[in-house]
Design a protein around this ligand. Sequence first.
Ligand SMILES: Cc1cc2nc3c(=O)[nH]c(=O)nc-3n(C[C@H](O)[C@H](O)[C@H](O)COP(=O)(O)OP(=O)(O)OC[C@H]3O[C@@H](n4cnc5c(N)ncnc54)[C@H](O)[C@@H]3O)c2cc1C
Length: 325
Amino acid sequence: MKKIAIIGAGIAGVTCAHECMKKGHDVTLFDKSRGVSGRSTTKRWDELSGIGIDMGVPYIEDTHITNISKSFINELIDNKVLSLWPLTIHSKGSVITVKTWVGSPKMSHIARHLAQDIRLISTHKIDKISFNNSWALHAQNNVFEGFDMLIMAIPATQVLDINGVPSDIHELAQSITYGAINTMLIEMKSPLWFGNYEEDRVDGPIIQTVIADYLKPNRVLKRFTYVVHSQSGWATKRFDELNKAEVTDIIRDSLLTHYNRTPDLILNTLTHRWKYAKLMGPSDSLQRGYIKSLEAPIMACGDWCHGHTLMSAIESGYLLAHNID
Ligand SMILES: Cc1cc2nc3c(=O)[nH]c(=O)nc-3n(C[C@H](O)[C@H](O)[C@H](O)COP(=O)(O)OP(=O)(O)OC[C@H]3O[C@@H](n4cnc5c(N)ncnc54)[C@H](O)[C@@H]3O)c2cc1C
């Protein structure tokens, strides 16, 4: 049994924590946010109804599930954490159906379920780590000590922000680049489209795709809530140049023009700017699924260690947990 600290409670971190705990390790999760889920989060839309809108990854594509994770995913399905969503997509004038899975009742529930029995220290951003027979983690004025093993389950760019990371992991993290996505959650008085599909791949200069979140399974209230994901190229190029209000105006105007709607039909909007949304360039050396330092008992997992999807992050956390000496 090892005493393990995991920095990052996104889907990779919680998968890894869940599997480590099953193997009998003593696990503590650290996250700078208020809760678990990272980029697979759901935004609470209003306090009264408790309605949520999935703000990051919208669903898991069935084709992304490989033999590595099949039994893990089946367990989530058996526990009703994942629901099947036969998603109909409108793209370039035709409509296709894709087999997908969504968190039930919302995407963030996947991470919540996996982390439910695990000690979580939230709202603590780890800015320094040090090893002297055991690991110490520093966050503002707090130090957490006595860990045999340290696992970093955070985006590569955020690994670079932490002092004390061994040079072999630091170098690999430096080779990774991410693209941004601007996401707008929007509630309308009436539907944006009347066609029989749930996602519209707009593929315009600003908007990449629009998802009718209210049509996902297990959404109790039928309110016309949509998630608009911007083009990553546009968001990345103009990330530092535009502020949140400007991004909101550009996406909203683009949406209204595309669907020929007037502003009075909008009930509410919320914009979130993801600086490190999508992995752009993993190097080939990272393809084994996780990273193990040769300098100290520290490992890393996350989408950047295995691919560029939610499933890569899950598999990376899973593989790491099953390869701890
Ligand atoms: C808008 C958007 C759309 C997407 N669409 C898709 C899609 O269609 N299909 C798909 O497969 N994937 C998609 N993705 C990507 C998918 O969400 C990610 O690949 C996956 O969620 C990554 O999980 P992770 O655990 O590796 O990282 P993250 O979810 O980023 O988790 C990292 C965690 O670490 C925490 N953290 C970071 N630094 C520190 C620190 N110093 N101290 C403490 N905590 C820290 C963060 O708060 C976060 O909770 C999308 C992502 C976004 C944002």
